[in-house]
Write a protein that binds this ligand. Structure first.
Ligand code: SAM
Length: 308
């Protein structure tokens, strides 16, 4: 049965009918994922490693990602739309959509393609220099096949937009995703693991093989859902302290926590040991074995000058 979808354009907000998996939208996705090498040649783009340009060529993967953002009333910010594999599907619902693209040749080509959907626009530039509140009229969902080169700063950007990003659906390299959910003690556990746990809930949704992209990457990817939220029971000041301490305590892998913190923070060994003792943390442990709750305990009893 067809559903009613809100479509807001320059002619005002109107109601139009949309089938669950709109045939026009599917065609649009097909157009943006097929013939990618030829489309790139036509606009003079050679895929750039620096810009993390691995374009999606499998329309089923594009559809699966966009199906996770079903409600057309949800405003979307897309990071790095490229040739528009996800963008055209998202725009075809008539939703508010802002796609931020750094490569000006891709941005220009996409602008032409999006002209038929008045609620969709392209912003030329670096996502890391934008503010979500300037990109969407209210809290928005971020969608991206993320350029590998900016995965960490993009995640930091997503969780620091003051509530203007309510959710993100992101394609990232599988190994990177494993770091995000790594348990303390493993070699993949690091300060980004702690950072993201402090600021968001993260869920791996599904895996995507290298064959879904052009050029083909060497590794698998996964699609993640990231929902920004502060770690329960913590203040903004405590979270900021934990970030600093975790970076200092995990900067030098093989060192004990007491040595790593003492060195990074310029503290006497005896003072560090007394501090760790007060938090109930063994000074001989390595930083990457601490849970988020233990970092929080450390931050709460830290000498003030160490956390600011
Ligand atoms: N979304 C397209 C797709 O799935 O086929 C392209 C994804 S490709 C992995 C990453 C895209 O992000 C490229 O179009 C690249 O030019 C763009 N990009 C790279 N760095 C960016 C940045 N800092 N801000 C915005 N876009 C960026």
């Amino acid at each position: 049965m067809p559903r009613l979808a809100l479509s807001s354009g320059s002619r005002g907000t109107e109601l139009k009918e949309r089938a669950p998996r709109d045939a026009g939208a599917a065609r649009a996705a097909g157009a943006a994922t097929s013939g990618v090498p030829a489309a790139l040649r036509a606009i003079g783009v050679r895929p750039s490693r620096r810009l993390g340009q691995n374009f999606l060529i499998d329309p089923r993967v594009a559809e699966r990602i966009v199906a996770l953002v079903e409600d057309p009333r949800e405003a979307v910010i897309e990071i790095g739309p490229g040739l528009g594999a996800l963008t055209t599907l998202l725009a075809a619902t008539g939703r508010e959509l802002t796609a931020v693209e750094l490569d000006l040749r891709l941005a220009e080509a996409l602008e032409t393609r999006l002209a038929v959907w008045p609620a969709a626009r392209v912003v030329r530039g670096d996502i890391l220099e934008q503010r979500a509140e300037d990109l969407a009229s209210g809290p928005a969902t971020v969608v991206a096949n993320l350029p590998y080169s900016i995965t960490t700063p993009a995640l930091e950007w997503i969780v620091t937009q003051g509530g203007r990003v309510k959710r993100a659906v992101l394609m990232v390299q599988r190994e990177y995703a494993q770091r995000l959910s790594a348990k303390p003690g493993g070699k993949e556990h690091g300060s980004i693991t702690v950072f993201l746990q402090l600021h968001a809930e993260v869920r791996v949704l599904f895996r995507v093989s290298p064959g879904a992209f052009h050029p083909r990457p060497e590794v698998d990817s996964v699609v993640l859902e990231v929902v920004p939220r502060p770690y329960p029971g913590t203040t903004a000041e405590e979270r900021a302290s934990v970030e600093r301490l975790a970076r200092a305590g995990m900067g030098t892998r093989r060192k004990t926590l007491a040595n790593a913190l003492g060195r990074a923070l310029g503290m006497e060994g005896a003072v560090v040991r007394a501090w760790l003792g007060a938090a109930g943390v063994d000074p001989e442990r390595r930083g990457e074995t601490l849970t988020v709750d233990e970092w929080i305990a450390l931050a709460r009893v830290a000498p003030r000058r160490m956390t600011t």
